[in-house]
Ligand binder design. Structure first.
Ligand code: LLP
Length: 421
């Protein structure tokens, strides 16, 4: 039987919803709302599921920083020995500040600047996942200037359909990501001849929120075919990076356990010696976090009822941007009748909603928890409508740690200047 909630460490106690042993009422009273709340136990369990499934294999699990880049969260993974997948030197700085190891970092992304390459080389990252011929040439130049050899994998685009939302599908020909499968052999030969590059791996990432590993297994087979062609030519690769992509349960999706997800992939790698690298994001942090918000007003109408809450699309943009569905639940029983509500924020956009047509029993002043918000929640937040970004709290057993202070309004315009006249 599935847990009532998508998050494994969430439960109902005498004082309403609890994350581990902390009541959300207390989090709201102490830190205010809206606030993101994460569970250390849930983060740890999600990472350990990968480690467990990969036991006996040479493998590195690189947590995708873009999903959740809070230092407190990253430090949990760093302590567990995780690697990290970054897409900017901003993310690299976060990893290092959180105690992560540079030599466990892979650097993805189509637009690495010279300065980013320089800083990543100086830090000594594990690998650059290069996405174009021009990037390869630039990296060779920058590495030459730095007197270093840059470790390189090509991100290959296998043109395999991940069968997910088009905005988060990345491995098709019409996506901007990676080098075309057919161009990869020539690019590898070129890379192998460059004085300042060390060709060490091959990478691919085809999409996100995937529920079936078959497209990834198919991509892996294609990659290995290419690896073997290159090996015959003397270009030997040490690792294969299969990216991230495993989905989570938001609603009623049937999500494979990590061990089931990895099984067909490990099957493809049977008897191989290359180290395996993964870049999971959502499956590590998504269901380890929620957004806690308070109902400001109830607007009951003829056609629709609205629960206007203090969180908004700037805090969690997934519903507005991808039509993302997040389980939204009352923190405590209110004794009110259940009604169908759209849960909306204070932003001046009709697209500012967190949940639509949900049956909720609430009154003004009550707390709601928007679940599955630990991935691509705070990391995609903005200051739209001059709203300070919210606080983040990491629960560890009985203790709630503030891992990011709520922004102040003054900090929002601290870098701006009024014209002198
Ligand atoms: N590696 C690379 C190169 C990626 O581009 C991504 C995600 C990941 C790893 C992590 O993928 P995951 O395991 O989280 O699926 N904002 C969207 C998701 C965008 C995913 C972008 N790339 C959302 O909220 O659904």
């Amino acid at each position: 039987m599935q847990n009532e909630f998508v998050c494994p460490t969430l439960c109902r106690g005498g004082r309403g919803l609890m994350v581990e042993q902390v009541a959300l009422e207390d989090v709201a009273a102490r830190f205010g709302t809206p606030v993101y709340v994460y569970s250390r136990a849930a983060l740890t369990a999600a990472f350990e599921a990968y480690r467990h499934a990969l036991a006996g294999h040479r493998a590195l699990v690189c947590c995708a920083v873009k999903a959740n880049s809070n230092l407190g969260v990253l430090s949990v993974f760093a302590r567990l020995g995780a690697g990290f997948d970054i897409v900017s030197v901003g993310e690299l700085a976060r990893v290092l500040a959180a105690g992560g190891r540079a030599d466990h970092v892979v650097f993805s992304g189509v637009g690495k600047s010279r300065e980013e390459m320089r800083q990543a080389l100086r830090a000594g990252i594990r690998c650059f996942n290069v996405e174009s011929a021009s990037e390869l040439a630039r990296l060779n130049e920058v590495a030459g200037e730095e007197g270093r050899k840059a470790p390189v994998a090509l991100r290959v685009n296998p043109n395999v359909d991940p069968k997910t939302h088009p905005y988060i599908s990345t491995g098709l020909k019409n996506n901007k990501f990676g080098v075309a499968f057919g161009d990869a052999p020539a690019l590898y030969r070129l890379a192998a001849q460059q004085p300042n590059l060390r060709v060490c791996g091959m990478a691919c990432h085809i999409g996100s929120q995937m529920l079936d590993a078959a497209p990834v297994a198919e991509s892996a087979r294609m990659l290995l075919g290419l690896v073997d062609v290159l090996s015959k030519e003397g270009i030997r690769l040490e690792h294969i990076d299969l990216g991230g992509g495993l989905g989570i349960r938001y609603q009623d999706e049937h999500v494979p356990a990590v061990v089931q997800w990895l099984e067909p992939l490990l099957e493809v790698f049977k008897g191989r010696t290359e180290e395996l690298v993964f870049e999971p994001g959502r499956s590590l942090t998504g269901n380890a976090g929620l957004l806690l918000t308070r109902v400001e007003y109830l607007k009951l109408g003829e056609e629709k009822n609205f629960a206007v809450v203090d969180a908004a699309m700037n805090d969690l943009i997934r519903p507005s941007l991808y039509d993302g569905w997040h389980q939204t639940v009352e923190v405590a029983a209110s004794g009110e009748p259940s009604r169908a509500y759209d849960v909306v924020g204070p932003i001046c956009e009709s697209g500012d909603f967190l949940a639509r047509a949900r049956s909720l029993a609430v009154k003004e002043g009550d707390l709601l928890a928007v679940l599955s918000a630990g991935a691509y929640g705070m990391s995609m937040s903005s200051n739209y409508n001059s709203r300070p970004r919210v606080a983040e709290v990491l629960v560890d057993g009985k203790t709630a740690h503030l891992v990011r202070e709520r922004e102040t309004v003054e900090s929002l315009y601290a870098l701006e200047r009024v014209l002198p006249l």
